[in-house]
Design a protein around this ligand. Structure first.
Ligand code: CP3
Length: 343
């Protein structure tokens, strides 16, 4: 069995498998070249040949244990009929969603047709992996409902997501309906990704840490538990990773109740503490500081070894605490892979 799938299945594989969030991206010259051919980012994500190529670039270079589908968490709202553009330097822009009619108007009946190119991408990736990188497993993903709702309501990125949190408090009916639509469609989207060839799936909840404990239980743990239960029923044995970024002490409740087999630790989490907080059976993933990777050398080595020491003899997947930063030298990534593999 592929080492990543073994670890996600609950085995303490050592040395641990490694892949990195945002391992495909602007720090790779070959990515910048490919990306320049399609200035519109949504079109790039929906171009199966190019998206498959972007997914495979870090695998060809570093031979990671996991390939993550090249796409974006905001393709789901786009497929549900929301306008989406990415502008250089500003990140994503969506038409802000503020009213219950806009939730009711989300096009649940056709969204799977609109993501057909993504499913085709998955097939292309799997065939190249089978031919050239038989040890690498393909990870599919969605944004978790709360984080996707943050971008949909706010209309883009934000530090505070004030409108989102205001809606959750002031119009809980509307907010809950939006979360429910995102939960249901995420289940169908992940299920379609698995049917197309994804071997594991991940839920990215980048803004989970904005919520109070009660909000976290309701909008982070609740939807994750519904998604994990449905995927477990439809696709027994396909592992799921949940990444409730900046969850703090709520990582314990998430590990116990969300029903995902593996929990991603963010940069701020202390792996020695998390190890004690979560049940033995829960796998962990993470959490090298992306700035340590950017720095490389002794800083990176020291930080990486501390994580490896803390995770020894436990089901674990080495990763970053958040995505690779664009100025990161690719040689640092190669050195990290060697270090984790003990070479
Ligand atoms: O290598 C991979 O990780 C695979 C693909 C992937 C991307 N985005 C590609 C991407 C994945 C898994 C994501 C997830 C994603 N997208 C998240 C969750 C993880 C996180 O980072 O917290 C979020 C919040 C988004 C939304 C998003 N997409 C933002 C805020 C931005 C702009 C910021 C930026 O880095 O430009 C994007 C754009 C984006 N998604 C890029 C990539 C490679 C950069 C766009 C480009 O190439 O011009």
């Amino acid at each position: 069995m592929k080492r990543l799938l073994q670890a996600l299945g609950g085995d303490a594989v050592w040395p641990p498998p490694i892949w990195l969030m945002r391992q495909a991206g602007r720090y790779l010259p070959e990515y910048r070249q490919l990306r320049a051919e399609t200035p519109d980012f949504v079109s790039f994500c929906l171009d199966p040949k190019r998206a498959a190529d972007a997914t495979l670039q870090p695998i060809r270079r570093f031979g990671m244990d996991g390939a993550i589908l090249f796409s974006d968490i905001l393709i789901l709202p786009w497929a549900l009929g929301r306008d989406l553009t990415f502008t250089e330097g500003h990140g994503p822009r969506l038409t802000p969603l503020r009213a219950v009619d806009e939730v009711l108007a989300l096009d649940k009946s056709r969204f799977l047709d609109r993501v057909a190119p993504v499913l085709e991408t998955i097939g292309l990736i799997r065939s190249e992996l089978a031919q050239k990188h038989p040890e690498t497993a393909l990870i599919g993903f969605v944004g978790a409902p709360f984080t996707v709702a943050c971008y949909m309501i706010e209309g883009g990125g934000s530090k505070e997501f004030a409108e989102t949190r205001r809606m959750a408090a002031a119009s809980p009916g509307t907010f809950d309906q939006l979360i429910a639509v995102l939960t249901e469609t995420s289940i169908d989207y992940l299920s379609a990704q698995i049917a197309a060839g994804a071997e594991a799936v991940m839920l990215f909840d980048s803004w989970a840490g904005l919520l109070s404990p009660t909000g976290f239980e309701r909008h982070v743990i609740g939807p994750a538990a519904r998604i994990a239960a449905a995927i477990g029923q439809r696709h027994p044995g396909v592992p799921m990773i949940g990444f409730p970024r900046l969850a703090g002490t709520m990582i314990a409740a998430y590990a116990e109740q969300a029903g995902v087999g593996t929990v991603g630790m963010d940069t701020a989490a202390d792996p020695r503490v998390v190890r004690r907080l979560v049940p033995e059976a829960t796998g962990l993933q993470g959490n090298l500081d992306p700035f340590a990777l950017l720095q490389g050398g002794e800083v990176m080595e020291r930080e990486a070894r501390a994580i490896l020491d803390a995770m020894n003899n436990r089901p674990f997947v080495f990763n970053l605490g958040h995505g690779v930063m664009p100025p990161t030298p690719p040689a640092h990534v190669a050195a990290l892979v060697d270090l984790v593999r003990g070479r």
